[in-house]
Design a protein around this ligand. Structure first.
Ligand code: PMP
Length: 428
């Protein structure tokens, strides 16, 4: 019987480091294969680069100062002294850790202040913070969606959403990226079969830097009696004239959306996640979402810095305007150099499409040597053949930084072509 699991060696025969059997894992084998293929053509890893100091629009890597396009400090608030000062005051007052879940002993006035500010931002009744953005989605979706329900997500949603969907007892489906007709067809066919339907999209897509069609999504939500959830991780700060998010871009009252989710780790210069919505939704999550009930509260100092960053976002709209000017400049410069930014709208996330994963990796290595830090996104992070360099812009970048980075990208690509690297890939 060939389908039988092969017998494993008995304990006494097993040697080598524990745990045994990792090589039997599909993911482990894929990782090894990618590493071996990379090594065969002289590629090092472009990830886990050590930033030796404060990573801002410039950073220090291996002793050298580089232009940094790898950090998502969209509005430069991680470089601003005020959120840091707020964190330090809270640190002095409340200590480093909350030393307990919110339910037990972890709640401090700074958590409540942050949540009130988030609820005000989204014109919602209430909001709730979590200790991690990733854990927010992983915890929220299975808590909300039960067996008789259906979750529909855009094909490009973040791993935290797809993991949350996989852990939910609800049925799940994804629709092609931003394809509202395809979404409508699914709703037409499947809505009658389920009790609740949740549609999940992102406010600014983290790999492609494009936006969802929020007005159409709201219309579909209404027509098919569904719930709409928007993950604003990358949209808060970069999107909307003053950076308030995707609702501002479309001129929509945020109270129209059922569930806002976001992270504190990007524009808000902190760590953690949040959900904003109705009083009942938040009351339910506070009591039932495992990532809230069974996990420690956000450290008070990080709640304080996020609240201060959110205050600055509202008070200093020039930061978002500056970021958008830089984004438009990036698109124009890339076009002049013959570089392809796909569907990006020219906000904080700007991909430069490369295609082959090995080429994108090699290019990132060359760019680092030329003084530019930008990470490639390669398979399996994006589908095979759609690898890219992903530039995160900050309002602290200067137009000259963008020019230098894109000119270096063009030069390094041309060099690799001249050296026959692309032919090497074709032969591999
Ligand atoms: N949602 C999206 C769309 C993200 O891109 C990310 C992280 N990049 C998360 C959620 C998770 O957020 P965090 O990194 O703050 O845990």
């Amino acid at each position: 019987d060939t389908a039988r699991v092969p017998e494993r060696p008995r304990k006494a025969e097993v040697s080598g480091p524990r745990p045994q059997g990792l090589k039997e894992l599909e993911g482990f084998r894929q990782l090894q294969m990618l590493e071996q293929a990379g090594a065969a053509i002289g590629l090092g890893s472009p990830y886990f680069r050590l930033h030796e100091g404060h990573a801002q629009s410039r950073s220090q890597i291996a002793g050298a100062e580089v232009l940094n396009f790898g950090s998502y400090d969209y509005l430069g608030l991680n470089a601003d002294p005020r959120p840091r000062q707020a964190a330090m005051s809270a640190l002095e007052r409340y200590g480093v850790s909350a030393s307990g879940s919110r339910m037990v002993s972890g709640t401090r006035p700074v958590h409540l202040a942050l949540e009130e500010a988030l609820a005000r931002h989204y014109h919602c009744e209430a909001a709730l913070s979590f200790v991690s953005g990733h854990a927010t989605n992983v915890s929220l979706i299975p808590t909300l969606m039960e067996e008789r329900d259906l979750v529909l997500s855009d094909a490009f949603v973040h791993n935290s959403v797809s993991t949350g969907m996989a852990l939910s007892a609800a049925a799940r489906r994804s629709f092609p990226h931003n394809d509202m007709d395809a979404l409508e067809r699914i709703l037409e066919n499947h809505r009658p079969l389920h009790r609740h339907v949740l549609i999940v999209v992102e406010g600014l897509y983290s790999m492609d830097g494009d936006l969802p069609d929020l007005p159409r999504l709201l219309a579909l939500r209404d027509r098919y009696d569904a719930w709409l959830m928007v993950d604003e991780a990358h949209a808060l700060g970069p999107v909307g004239a003053s950076g308030r998010g995707v609702f501002e871009h479309f001129g929509i009252d945020p109270a129209e959306v059922d569930i806002w989710m976001g992270t504190l780790s990007k524009t808000l210069a902190s760590t953690g996640g949040y959900v904003a919505g109705s009083k009942d939704l938040i009351r339910y999550l506070k009591a039932r979402a495992p990532g809230h009930v069974f996990s420690v509260a956000l450290p008070p100092c990080l709640a304080a810095s996020a609240a201060e960053a959110l205050r600055l976002l509202a008070r200093e709209p020039g930061r978002a305007a500056q970021l958008q000017t830089l984004g438009a400049h990036f698109l124009e410069k890339a076009r002049d150099l013959g570089l392809d930014c796909g569907a990006a709208v020219g906000s904080g996330v700007l991909p430069v499409m490369i295609g082959d994963s090995a080429l994108a990796t090699k290019l990132s290595e060359r760019l680092l040597a030329a003084g530019v830090n930008v990470a490639p996104v390669t398979f399996p992070g994006v589908p095979m053949g759609s690898a890219r360099l992903r530039f995160f812009l900050s309002s602290d970048h200067r137009p000259e930084d963008i020019d230098r980075a894109l000119e270096a990208t063009r030069d390094c690509l041309d060099q690799l072509e001249a050296e026959g690297f692309t032919r090497l890939l074709g032969a591999a």
